[in-house]
Design a protein around this ligand. Structure first.
Ligand code: FE2
Length: 194
């Protein structure tokens, strides 16, 4: 099988945690020589060590697999910097208020990078009383459709899941909305500024 972690990642995370090879070895009940071999690519930790290794390095298994430890610097919550993650396997939509490591169906998901909404992904926003009526003039076939619409303010997010053969439209409360997003299952995430 593929290696789930490289020697360079083990060394970097071990040194960041200020552990010696001996100290890490003790935590895992292996020899310090084994750690040295892993870090120099001459050996590889058994898959059964994945959880103990992550615990010893004080990170999650997902962070270990991605080779990075994520420090949440986004302590002042700001949804305008929010991220969308979409699983290509099951279509799950996950939102976060900042950078994170997200995994679904066994895949680590990259955050969607929004493009300016234009062409067939243009987002039309009409204000009707205290709501925005949001539509996208886009196919809604099983193969190619808008799978969700979202409205983001600095306070929070409204998200509507859409389905093939349905309408590519929804209503959002207008309050403080700054961006509207549309996600096409083929072309990715599009955004327009209100
Ligand atoms: Fe599309």
């Amino acid at each position: 099988m593929d290696r789930y972690v490289t020697g360079a990642v083990i060394r970097r995370l071990r040194e960041k945690k200020k552990l010696t090879q001996e100290e890490l070895a003790d935590k895992l009940f292996v020899s310090s020589k084994a750690i040295s071999k892993w870090e120099t690519g001459q050996g590889f930790p058994d898959i059964s060590l994945i959880e103990p290794l992550a615990a010893a390095l004080d990170i999650s298994v997902i962070e270990l697999l991605s080779g990075e430890d994520i420090t949440n610097l986004n302590r002042s919550f700001n949804m305008l910097k929010g991220k969308f993650y979409v699983c290509p396997v099951c279509g799950n939509v996950i939102t976060a208020s900042g950078d994170t490591v997200v995994s679904c169906c066994g895949i680590t998901l990259p955050p969607c990078e929004p493009e300016e909404a234009e062409g067939e992904h243009s987002i039309k926003v009409e204000k009707i009383e205290d709501e925005y009526y949001v539509t996208v003039d886009h196919p809604m076939t099983k193969e190619h459709y808008i799978s969700f619409l979202a409205a983001v303010s600095d306070q929070g997010m409204q998200l509507t899941k859409l389905y093939p053969e349905g309408d590519a439209g929804t209503r959002f409360r207008t309050r403080c909305v700054r961006y509207v997003y549309a996600y096409c299952n083929h072309h990715g995430l599009f955004r327009c500024h209100i």
